[in-house]
Design a protein around this ligand. Structure first.
Ligand SMILES: [Fe+2]
Ligand SMILES: [Fe+2]
Length: 358
């Protein structure tokens, strides 16, 4: 109780010292990187009252310009009138509540009055995804070398290589040439290592009071990117009940195995993921061959993929597989690089992480 009172006092005195101006501008500082310092510290009336501005992100390595769009802040009202409530309902429906994994039929009441920002695309239409935002989209680097291979030299390398190779045999047997289904199922596994590695580095950073060199973010970005692969492929291949059961089992085993594997030897863990990604490139190349032969129908690309990879409106499944394969090649390079850092007796934080690039 005493501590809570003390905390409240400190907060109050901080707010008095900094004044409300800092708090009102803080949101803009986080939201708009291009705003000048002068405007952040002394916002004009126009700045404060402006309800929309342009989103711009700097070009990233190889990825090109991320996004440019317009954001409109929702107005907060203490007690919305019936008309406003109807408007809000329509808005929820038009922004695709379901698209973000929400149940769109009924709005969720917020005691705190927190409203999501209204986001529009460059062409003025509503941004319909809640599960990712325009500034998280990108163009895949299609120039990446797909044939690069890390030749295993040490015992650990060979162990990592043959572990992955031995996993391919049951996978080939189970899926055969059903590459859509295979891709979907493998992405449920591929999204685990980045999250586990990122989480462990996060905890290490807290434990040791030290920076991570950006590697927490890099690994979490990888996990999110892999999950988006899954969100894409589940649009073209629906999992059967026994496949869902298999995912639960495999996740339980793989998460724990990778967790302990990373604690014991991060250089082995990253090397193994590097080889897994090499296998993923191979699988997607086979997928492309089947699409070209016509044994798998080259259906239109899922809407989520068109927005996430900024593909043309008439993109097909083949285009999606191409960009996903480029992503896998990037994951391969990041993980072999991370393993190499450990092999040189250094820590990941000593080499700047490749952030903002998939
Ligand atoms: Fe993937
Ligand atoms: Fe990957």
């Amino acid at each position: 109780m005493m501590m809570a009172r003390g905390g409240a006092k400190v907060t109050k005195s901080l707010m008095t010292a900094t004044g409300p101006r800092l708090f009102t501008t803080a949101t803009r500082a986080m939201s708009h990187e291009g705003l000048s310092l002068n405007h952040l510290l002394k916002p004009t009336v126009a700045d404060v009252s402006a309800s929309s501005w342009i989103w711009n992100r700097d070009p990233t390595i190889g990825g090109g310009v991320r996004f440019a769009s317009t954001i409109t802040l929702g107005e907060k009202t203490a007690t919305p009138t019936p008309t406003q409530e109807n408007q809000k309902k329509t808005e929820n429906e038009s922004t695709g509540g379901d698209a973000g994994g929400n149940k769109g039929e009924k709005g969720i009441t917020s005691y705190w009055g927190v409203e999501p920002n209204k986001i529009t695309k460059e062409d003025g239409t509503d941004w319909k995804w809640n599960c990712f935002r325009p500034w998280e989209t990108y163009k895949a680097d299609m120039t990446i070398d797909l044939k690069k291979h890390h030749v295993p030299t040490t015992f650990l390398d060979r162990l990592a290589y043959w572990t992955v190779k031995s996993l391919r045999w049951p996978t080939d047997l189970f899926f055969q040439r059903r590459y859509g289904c295979r891709a979907m199922m493998l992405e449920t596994v591929a999204a685990v290592p980045g999250m586990v590695g990122g989480m462990l580095l996060h905890c290490k950073s807290l434990r040791r009071f030290e920076q991570s060199g950006g590697w927490i973010k890099a690994l979490l970005e990888e996990a999110e990117n892999e999950r988006m692969h899954l969100m894409t492929f589940m649009e073209v291949a629906k999992p059967k009940w026994y496949e869902r059961a298999l995912v639960i089992t495999v996740q339980g085993v793989f998460f724990n195995a990778y967790f302990f594997g990373y604690l014991i030897s991060p250089k082995f863990a990253h090397r193994m993921v590097g080889y897994l990604e090499e296998e993923a490139i191979h699988s997607y190349t086979e997928f492309l061959k089947e699409l070209d032969k016509g044994t798998i129908e080259n259906v239109p690309a899922p809407a989520i993929a068109i927005d996430y990879w900024r593909l043309p409106a008439d993109a097909t499944l083949r285009d999606v597989v191409m960009v996903v394969r480029a992503d896998e090649a990037h994951h391969r390079d990041v993980n072999h690089f991370a393993s190499d850092i450990h092999y040189q007796g250094r820590e990941l934080k000593e080499a700047p992480a490749p952030i903002g690039y998939h």
